[in-house]
Every structure is written in C-alpha cells, then in structure tokens.
Design a binder for this molecule. Structure first.
Ligand SMILES: Cc1cc2nc3c(=O)[nH]c(=O)nc-3n(C[C@H](O)[C@H](O)[C@H](O)COP(=O)(O)O)c2cc1C
Length: 171
C-alpha cells in the first residue's frame, strides 16, 4: 500500500474560538525581526517586533504595531521618539531577550541619544523615528513614524517564519 502525503489546506472563518489558526496563518508571512526601543520613566525599554514595514520614501515613514494587551504598551503608545533596529542573524539572543523582558539591555552594546532613546549597535539597519501618526488597528495600534536618522550595514538577516527564527544570506 502506498501512503499518500497530501498537503491539504486548512480553511476557516476567523472567529474568537480559533485565533490560534489565524495566528498560524499570519505566521506564514516570513518577516525580519526588529527591536523597538524608547526611553520611559522606568528607564530604557525595548520590545521584539516583526510588525515593522517601510511605508514611504518622501516623507520617510515606517510603521510597526504594538499589542494593546502588552504590559509595555503604555511606553510605546506615548513615545514621541523611538528607534527601530533590524536584527542580523548574529543577534538572535537580543530577539529572545526583548521578547521576554522590556529591560533586556544587559550584555548589549548600546548608547542613549539626546531624547533618551536607547540605540543598539551592530544591527543590520536602525531607524531613529519621531512619532508621525497612530491609527486604531483592533487589538494593536498602528504607529507611523518619520525616520529622522538611518544607519545600515551588510550581513545576514534574522528571519521569523512559522513561529521559528531563521536566516537569509544575500546571494
Ligand atoms: C518574532 C516576534 C515578533 C513579535 N512582534 C511583536 C509585534 O510586532 N508587536 C508586539 O506588540 N509584540 C510583538 N511580539 C511580542 C513581544 O516581543 C513580547 O514578547 C510581548 O510584548 C511580551 O508581553 P509583555 O509585553 O506583556 O511582557 C513579538 C515577539 C516575537 C518573538
């Protein structure tokens, strides 16, 4: 008997009972990984985020989406100035650190800019942003920032796909 290994699609109508499925379907979109940082009354804070997207060249705009249910939401909702760091493959530990803890700055090379924003070094790219606008996005907030300073270097990308970290090497 021949075993068939079919790759059947899973079809569903999004509902509150099956958010796991929707999360998994969203996770089929492969992304890079960023750390968003800002200053706060509790000191420097950061969060791992893959909701980053470039938006506009003129004016230079980027977006990301903090979860309204996050304990860190208050910091990022209010932030006038913040920085978005695109991680390289060597920075997987930084990704895990800020997924667990907003204050995961120990063992990191970073400096604080004039606005109190922590700037992590050795990232693939870094965008220093000034708040431009924010839009309602269900259980997330869509935060649009104007890029006031940018930096980049070459290297392999840290990726996130189907719930797992990976790597892309430029050909
Ligand atoms: C790869 C990855 C991407 C993530 N992207 C986002 C994101 O775009 N927005 C967000 O609010 N949280 C995102 N998170 C979750 C946060 O990094 C963090 O784990 C969460 O805020 C922890 O909950 P707390 O803030 O209540 O402590 C992501 C986590 C991982 C591992």
């Amino acid at each position: 008997m021949t075993m068939q290994t079919a790759n059947h699609p899973v079809t569903f109508e999004p509902a509150s009972e099956n958010t796991r499925l929707l999360r998994d379907a969203f996770g089929r979109f492969a992304t890079g990984v960023t750390i968003v940082t800002t200053g706060s009354e509790d000191g420097p804070v950061g969060i791992t985020a893959n909701s980053f997207s470039s938006v506009s060249l003129e004016p230079p705009l980027v977006l990301w989406m903090p979860d309204k249910g996050s304990r860190r939401f208050q910091y990022f909702e209010a932030a006038e100035h913040y920085a978005i760091h695109v991680l390289s493959h060597e920075q997987a530990e930084i990704c895990s650190g800020f997924a667990r803890n907003a204050q995961a700055f120990d063992q990191l090379t970073y400096r604080t800019d004039a606005n109190g924003v922590p700037l992590i070094e050795n990232c693939l790219a870094r965008f220093e942003c000034r708040r431009h606008a924010a839009y309602e996005g269900g259980d997330h907030l869509i935060v649009l920032g104007e890029v006031v300073q940018a930096e980049m270097r070459s290297g392999d990308a840290l990726t996130f796909f189907a719930g797992k970290l990976g790597q892309i090497t430029p050909q």
